[in-house]
Write a protein that binds this ligand. Structure first.
Ligand code: 5GP
Length: 187
């Protein structure tokens, strides 16, 4: 029987999770990336249903009420959550499902899916994280400040995760992820 697997990738905003995930999916198209719902406004170039499902706060709250989210959290003033249905469906089909989510959500997932493999992406240094967040120019100064504040708490929790991968050089970080997923085979 095919066995599905849930892989949770967490790390502070600006650490480069998005780039890592895109590269990982390019190299391993058999992986399925869960598309989250969020109340955040789309950034330039973001596509509905591909990067996120962009919803109003009231629609998000309805989904929480109806128990449609496997996890959810507030992050830097916006709500983010993982739709439960698609996630469970893919796992039942035997797929490996990737969640790219923040710390509170990752904690909820481990309560519900104890077999989930959890990986934390670390920056090479605090200074480099700050530089990356500021230089991507996508967020306002106040949003960057909120993200940096949150990053401190997240990095302190890195030890809760099964594996930690440092994203300094992209290729080396990718190899690290691949070895956790495919060689080590996690748990
Ligand atoms: P961004 O606004 O930069 O796209 O995402 C902000 C943070 O929210 C990132 O750390 C990202 O991993 C996290 N995030 C994205 N989708 C979800 C989700 O469905 N649930 C949770 N808990 N966090 C999410």
């Amino acid at each position: 029987m095919k066995s599905g697997k849930l892989i949770v990738l967490t790390g502070p905003s600006g650490v480069g999770k998005g780039t890592l995930v895109r590269s990982l999916l390019n190299r391993h198209p058999e992986l399925y990336l869960s598309v989250s719902v969020t109340t955040r406004s789309p950034r330039e170039g973001e596509i509905e249903g591909q990067h996120y499902y962009f919803v109003s706060r009231s629609r998000f709250e309805q989904m929480v009420e109806a128990d449609e989210l496997a996890e959810w959290a507030e992050f830097a003033g916006n709500l983010y959550g993982t739709p439960y249905f698609a996630l469970q469906q893919r796992i039942d089909e035997g797929k490996w499902v990737l969640l790219e989510i923040e710390l509170e959500g990752a904690r909820q997932i481990i309560d519900k899916f104890s077999e989930a493999l959890r990986i934390f992406i670390l920056p090479p240094s605090w200074e480099e994280l700050e530089r990356r967040l500021r230089s991507r120019g996508q967020d306002s100064q106040s949003a960057i400040a909120r993200r940096l504040l949150r990053a401190k708490d997240e990095i302190e929790a890195a030890r809760e995760f099964d594996f930690q991968v440092i994203n300094d050089d992209l290729e080396i970080a990718l190899k690290g992820l691949e070895s956790v997923l495919f060689v080590n085979d996690g748990k």
